[in-house]
Design a protein around this ligand. Structure first.
Ligand code: ADP
Length: 203
């Protein structure tokens, strides 16, 4: 048995723009090639309610936090926010996100491995594609910015959702997958990634 840490799980969703850009294979490859194990996979068109539930797993704190982030972005641009409070701003982001996520089919996945949550965030890149590092999925495959998203009163199109922490991951996985839909199995590559003795390599 490998260390408990190797069993960390996180939720990834290829959003409708990722599917429409024909990036499903490329995105899956990025997570697969670091050694993460795919344990859940679904292709579906979410309803707006499902999308809202998904974003609201973080509760009021998420609403406030995402609102504050967006308010700060207006300030950084030297513009006045059209919203009076961070919460109001957060609610507008929620509605935009629900529209975005339910706009078409998405791929929902659960990936497992050592440090799966932060590792997936690193590979995915930061929220705004314009400032995501080169080499991350968002940095390499898209070009949207908060500015352009604001002009269109829409969410920034960044191809992927990835859970922010393990608590969020557990809540989000429960929205998209039943426990029995997650597959427990051993991946041969784990022998090399995690086995302490590298047993069985020599003839
Ligand atoms: P992340 O997806 O990187 O975890 P958040 O959880 O903060 O980012 O936000 C969720 C999603 O909401 C983002 O992926 C993005 O599509 C959208 N979003 C967040 N903040 C903004 C903003 N200021 N302007 C436009 N869209 C935003």
């Amino acid at each position: 048995m490998y260390h408990e840490a190797t069993k960390e799980r996180t939720l990834v969703i290829i959003k409708p723009d990722g599917v429409q850009r024909s990036l499903i294979g490329e995105i899956i490859k990025r997570y697969e090639q670091v050694g993460l194990k795919l344990v859940g996979l679904k292709f579906l068109t979410p309803t707006a309610d499902m999308a809202r539930n998904h974003y609201m797993v973080g509760g009021e704190a998420w609403l406030e936090g995402v609102g504050q982030k967006a308010m700060a972005a207006y300030e950084a641009k030297g513009e006045k926010s059209p919203f009076a409070t961070a919460r109001e701003c957060g609610e507008a982001v929620l509605e935009r996100n629900a529209k975005y996520l339910s706009a078409g089919p998405v791929v929902a996945m659960v990936w497992q491995g050592n440090q799966a949550v932060p590792l997936v965030r690193k590979i995915t890149g930061s929220t705004e594609p314009l400032s995501s590092d080169v080499g991350t999925i968002r940095g390499d495959f898209t070009l949207d910015s908060y500015k352009l998203a604001d002009i269109g009163s829409r969410s920034v199109r960044n191809l992927i959702h990835a859970s922010g922490n393990t608590e969020e991951a557990d809540k989000e996985m429960a929205i998209w997958f039943k426990e029995e839909e997650l597959v427990n199995y051993r991946l041969i590559a784990e022998e090399i990634l995690y086995d302490v003795n590298l047993d069985g390599i020599k003839e």
